[in-house]
Design a protein around this ligand. Structure first.
Ligand code: SF4
Length: 425
C-alpha cells in the first residue's frame, strides 16, 4: 500500500468550513476540465434540461483550455438557485470537475510533501469561520494524491531570484523568516510589512549561496532581529511616492478590481468593442487620477481619488489580525511563488505578495469612505482582501509580461516601502 503523502496544513489559528454561500461558484473562476470530466458530465444529461437549452456546458477559456460554461454574470452554469452545485447535489462531490473540489484550499507540492494554502476570496476563510484546519486533514489527504501523483517526481523548486536556485528546505527557511516578521505582535501591522519589504530588498542583494543549514538559519535569525529593531525605531515618515508610482499603482489596482468573465470569450464583436472602449476610458482615468474612481467593478463605491490619499492612521489590532493571518497562510505554504504565482521566482513572488498590503488598504479606504467612515475597520479589510486575493496568481491579465513588469517596478524596495507607509498610516 502506498504511504500517505506528507500533508502540511496552514497554521492552527486558521479555520474554515463552507458556509454554503455559493460565492466561489459566482466568482467567474475559469474551471478547467479534462476530456474525461467533460464526457462524464455530458453523460449526466444536463443538456436535456430546459434551462440548459442554447447553453454550452464547456467553452474555450482565455488560455485555450476547455472550462465550465458560465452565465452572463459570471456564475457557473451548474450553480443552483439554492447556492449549491447541482452536479455535487445530484451525483456527489467526486462527480464535479476536480478543479472545484479542493476550493478554497490550494494544494502545492513542496519537495516531497504537499502544502495546503487557502484562497482568501472565500468569505468563510477571510472571516475565519468553521472548524480548525486539522479537522479537514482526511479530505485534503485524499486530494493531495492528485497534487503529487504516485510515481511523479517532486517538482523542482522555483528560482530564489534570477540566477540563484535554493533547495526547497532552504526556501522554507526563508519563508519562515518572513512569517516571524509578520507574526511579531509587538509591532503594528504596517511596521511588520515594512520589515518584510526590507527583507525582500536585502535578500535581492545578499550573497547567500554559500550559506547552508544552520548557517542560513543563523543568518536569517540575525537579520530578522535586526530588521524588527530597525522598524520599531522607524518614525514611519509619510513621503509621497515618487513621480509615476501612484499612476502605476492605480492601474494595478484597476486590474485587481476587474472581473474577467468567461462569457466575454463568447460575446459579439460589437459588445467586445464596447467593453474594450469602456476599459480604455477607465485606464485613462486610472492613469490620470482625477475626479472620481471609475466603476471598474460593480459595487465599488463612487469616491473622489483625492479622498484615498489622506492619512488614515495605522490599521488597528482587529485589522492586523486579519492581515497577519492572510500573509502567514500564504507564506507558510509557499503559496506566493512558483506554481502558485505564474512560475515566478521566490523573491519576486514575495515582493508581489507584500505589494498587496498597500493595495488591500487602498480598497479598504474605498469601502470605508463609501460607508461614510473616517477610518478603515476589520470589515473593510476583509472585503478588500477578498477583492485582491481573487486575481492574485490566477488572473490571466496579471500574468502578462507588461503587468509583471509593472508589479516588479511597484515591488522594488524604494517604491514598495513608500507605498506601505503611504497607505498603511
Ligand atoms: S461545477 Fe459546481 S462546484 Fe464547480 S464552479 Fe460549477 S457550481 Fe461550483
Amino acid at each position: 500500500m502506498r504511504k500517505p503523502i506528507s500533508l502540511y496544513l496552514p497554521p492552527g489559528f486558521q479555520r474554515y468550513d463552507c458556509q454554503l454561500c455559493g460565492a466561489c461558484c459566482r466568482a467567474g473562476f475559469a474551471v478547467v476540465t479534462t476530456e474525461e470530466e467533460r464526457e462524464r458530465i455530458r453523460a449526466q444529461g444536463w443538456e436535456q434540461l430546459p434551462e440548459f437549452q442554447g447553453k454550452k456546458l464547456f467553452v474555450r477559456g482565455p488560455g485555450g483550455e476547455y472550462v465550465v460554461g458560465q452565465r452572463e454574470d459570471g456564475a457557473c452554469l451548474f450553480l443552483g438557485d439554492d447556492g449549491l452545485c447541482r452536479i455535487h447535489a445530484k451525483y456527489g462531490e467526486d462527480a464535479k470537475p476536480f478543479a472545484c473540489r479542493p476550493y478554497p484550499f490550494i494544494l502545492l507540492p513542496v519537495g516531497g510533501e504537499v502544502r495546503a494554502s487557502l484562497r482568501f476570496d472565500c468569505p468563510a476563510v477571510v472571516a475565519n469561520e468553521g472548524r480548525p484546519l486539522p479537522q479537514h486533514r482526511a479530505h485534503l489527504q485524499a486530494l493531495a494524491a492528485h497534487a503529487l501523483p504516485k510515481g511523479a517526481r517532486a517538482p523542482a523548486p522555483p528560482p530564489f531570484r534570477d540566477g540563484l536556485t535554493l533547495e526547497w528546505h532552504e526556501l522554507c527557511l526563508v519563508a519562515a523568516a518572513f512569517d516571524r516578521l509578520v507574526a511579531t505582535e509587538s509591532l503594528d501591522i504596517t511596521r511588520r510589512l515594512l520589515a518584510c519589504a526590507d527583507l525582500v530588498g536585502l535578500l535581492q542583494q545578499a550573497k547567500i549561496e554559500d550559506l547552508k543549514g544552520r548557517k542560513l538559519e543563523g543568518f536569517l535569525g540575525n537579520l530578522t532581529r535586526w530588521l524588527k529593531e530597525g522598524v520599531a525605531a522607524n518614525p514611519l515618515e509619510r513621503k509621497r511616492p515618487a513621480a509615476g508610482v501612484l499612476p502605476m499603482f492605480r492601474q494595478a489596482a484597476g486590474l485587481y478590481a476587474r472581473l474577467d468573465r468567461i462569457a466575454e470569450t463568447q460575446e459579439s464583436v460589437a459588445t467586445r468593442l464596447a467593453r474594450v472602449a469602456r476599459r480604455l476610458s477607465h485606464a485613462v482615468r486610472l492613469l490620470g487620477g482625477w475626479g472620481m474612481v471609475p466603476p471598474v467593478r460593480e459595487g465599488l463605491p463612487r469616491v473622489r481619488w483625492s479622498a484615498l490619499e489622506r492619512p488614515f492612521g495605522i490599521p488597528d489590532a482587529e485589522c492586523a489580525e486579519v492581515l497577519a493571518r492572510y500573509y502567514r497562510v500564504k507564506l507558510d505554504a509557499l503559496g506566493f511563488c512558483g506554481r502558485a504565482m505564474y512560475g515566478w521566482p521566490f523573491l519576486e513572488g514575495a515582493g508581489a505578495l507584500f505589494h498587496t498590503y498597500p493595495l488591500i488598504l487602498w480598497f479598504a479606504r474605498l469601502f470605508a469612505i463609501g460607508k461614510g467612515k473616517e477610518r478603515v475597520d476589520a470589515e473593510d479589510v476583509r472585503q478588500a482582501i477578498r477583492v485582491v486575493d481573487r486575481p492574485h496568481g490566477t488572473s490571466v491579465a496579471l500574468s502578462m509580461r507588461t503587468e509583471r513588469l509593472r508589479l516588479r517596478f511597484l515591488s522594488q524596495y524604494e517604491n514598495l516601502s513608500t507605498l506601505i507607509i503611504w497607505y498603511g498610516t
